[in-house]
Design a binder for this molecule. Structure first.
Ligand code: PLP
Length: 433
């Protein structure tokens, strides 16, 4: 008989943020308008890039040399520019050799776990951003290993939970943080980051910090980068332009390796990641050419600050609409552009309903909820059918909590208010049905 075709780890690959789109498309096909709250793509939510940014990219696209391959780790001048930006923060010191480019951070995430021994684990936050948790679980052929972010404490990590899981599991070799966090919008405070560095030092672990939202904070918050606080611990920061420019379609992100010299094993992992990129030849070149021009332009900082302020304003509007619903655990957000809203225990029950006017849509939703599914997913399907709002259930983010993730991206204020009022009205009707 033939040997099995599929690896054990393949069953860990899931991404509800896009899976839910298949359901929403079926509802859209009946003629209903869908309000897409499932994915963090600012452009899809009507964000217009400033003309000067598009001009820079258009000029680069006119040059013939933009169309060739580039060095495997990325364009040297761009890596020097980025190393210099990190070094100006006066924390970890790196050179261009400590940077490697990828086709979006999604590609980097796919590679970072792949070359770690299958029995060695990287513990990550729960709720988890599925690209990380799925890739890590697939490498280990085992379900994700997580520490708890606590919705009763502003979504800060439960450091006792992290400490104990690390202490009693000798397979843990690294800790993942996402700062600012997706899906909660939490920004790690300095003292919490320092304690995590302490845990990594005590147990000889490396730190992995996804900083794709590093410069997206608002309402008075500021992110401390891994390079600011890492001291002598080995670590990797993961950065990109999908969210901050934003240019998600560029598929461009990079890793920065810190303190390679202190740990040979860690250094070999970084080398293996570089080699994995080398056998692929290289990553997207045009966005790499654009990075020093755009990020080095004084207009960029102003533009980013103005865009952050708008996200902050939306976060306040959403708080105003959803913050006072007594059945919800609602936290204000300070970074990235998502909020995760949790149902208090016992509020979601099987059999709850929302009125769906269209009989075809009602039949579809009733079919989807006929099989046993998590209670928050059941709510999400009703919300989609009744109000046309597409959110993502939190049980799909490796969490035992029930809730849903929304984005803070809708540029049109009237649409934003309409969408979140529809969510509030729908959930009140559902919870009290
Ligand atoms: C925390 C986090 N990391 C990585 C990514 C993927 O980024 P990219 O578009 O660069 O692949 C996302 C996208 O939503 C994200 O939220």
């Amino acid at each position: 008989m033939r040997q099995p075709l599929l690896s054990e780890g393949a069953k860990e690959l899931s991404y509800e943020i896009r899976e839910i789109v298949k359901k929403a498309e079926q509802i859209r096909a009946t003629g209903k308008t869908i309000y897409w709250e499932n994915i963090g793509d600012p452009i899809q939510k009507n964000h217009i890039l400033p003309e000067w940014i598009r001009e820079v990219i258009a000029d680069l696209a006119r040059k013939n040399e933009s169309y060739s391959y580039c060095p495997s780790k990325g364009i040297l001048e761009t890596r020097r520019f980025l190393a210099d930006q990190t070094n100006q923060r006066k924390g970890a010191v790196i050179t261009a050799e400590d940077i490697c480019f990828f086709n979006g951070l999604g590609d980097a995430i796919g590679k970072v776990y792949q070359y770690i021994t299958p029995t060695s684990r990287v513990i990550g936050p729960s709720p988890a951003y599925s690209t990380h948790s799925s890739a890590e679980a697939a490498h280990a052929s085992h379900e994700p290993l997580t520490y708890r972010l606590d919705p009763k404490n502003k979504w800060y990590p439960d450091l006792d939970d992290l400490y104990n899981k690390v202490k009693y599991n000798p397979n843990v070799v690294g800790i993942l943080l996402i700062n600012p966090d997706n899906p909660t919008g939490m920004v790690y405070p300095l003292d919490v980051l320092k304690q995590i560095v302490g845990i990594a030092r005590t147990f000889n672990l490396f730190l992995l910090c996804d900083e794709i939202y590093l410069n997206i904070t608002y309402n008075g918050a500021k992110t401390y980068a891994l390079s600011d606080i890492i001291e002598d611990v080995p670590g990797i920061a993961m950065k990109g332009i999908s969210k901050e420019l934003p240019w998600p379609g560029a598929r461009c992100g990079w890793m920065e390796y810190y303190n390679r010299h202190v740990d040979e094993d860690f250094s070999r992992l970084c080398q293996a990641i570089d080699n994995a990129k080398m056998i692929e030849v290289c990553s997207t070149k045009l966005p790499q050419l654009a990075i020093p021009i755009l990020l080095g332009d004084p207009r960029f900082k102003e533009y980013r600050e103005a865009t952050n302020q708008k996200i902050g304003r939306r976060s306040k509007l959403i708080s105003g609409i959803l913050g006072a619903v007594p059945e919800l655990m609602f936290n204000e957000t300070f970074g990235a552009f998502y909020n995760t809203i949790i149902f208090k225990p016992g509020t979601l029950k099987p059999g709850q309903k929302m009125n769906i006017e269209d009989a075809t849509v009602q039949a579809l939703v009733e079919r989807w909820v006929a099989d046993p599914i998590p209670l928050d997913k059941r709510f999400v399907y009703y919300l989609l059918g009744a109000k046309g709002v597409c959110v993502v259930p939190i049980s799909s983010f490796c969490s035992e909590l029930h809730g849903f993730r929304v984005t803070l991206l809708e540029e049109d204020e009237a649409t934003l208010i309409h969408t979140f009022t529809a969510i509030r009205d729908g959930l009140i009707e559902y919870l009290r049905s």
